[in-house]
Ligand binder design. Sequence first.
Ligand code: FES
Length: 169
Amino acid sequence: MPTHVQESSKPRAAAVRDNRAKFLERAMSRHHYSGDALIEVLHTAQELYGYLTPELLKTIARKLKLPPSRVLGVATFYHFFSLEPKGEHSYIVCLGTACYVKGALGLLEVLERRCAMAGSTSPDGKVSVNSARCIGACGLAPAMIRDGEILGRMTPEKLNEDLDRIGVE
Ligand code: FES
């Protein structure tokens, strides 16, 4: 499960926490940990993590008091859930309010121009692009996640450099 957090500009002394687990917990709590909210909770988990790992499914089953087989069944039944990263690399752009006002759309535009539209994978299978409502790193807005690593205070220039580095044409 991704836990590493990196600020892509100057490193800060204080560690920045990856709040995604907290956000997922909050989503489940909002639904009073009801099993009826399974689809909604899976959506939130996928938005936060890009895809549904076995650990995430296990956690959700435990918290919602559902049999793991039922959670896995729902996650595999609906095509909009993904159990594995689709591209060799995965980028998730946060479009939550804090990131949006600080230029997240410009980041998404770079990815859509160079790689793939949000929700899809580039034709060469190299990069999957997704968006999320908030990834719990608002203090680093605009923030995004690349391969499980949070990148903070991103700019289109830094993103272009990152894409160059992984060999995107
Ligand atoms: S709005 Fe982007 S991390 Fe919270």
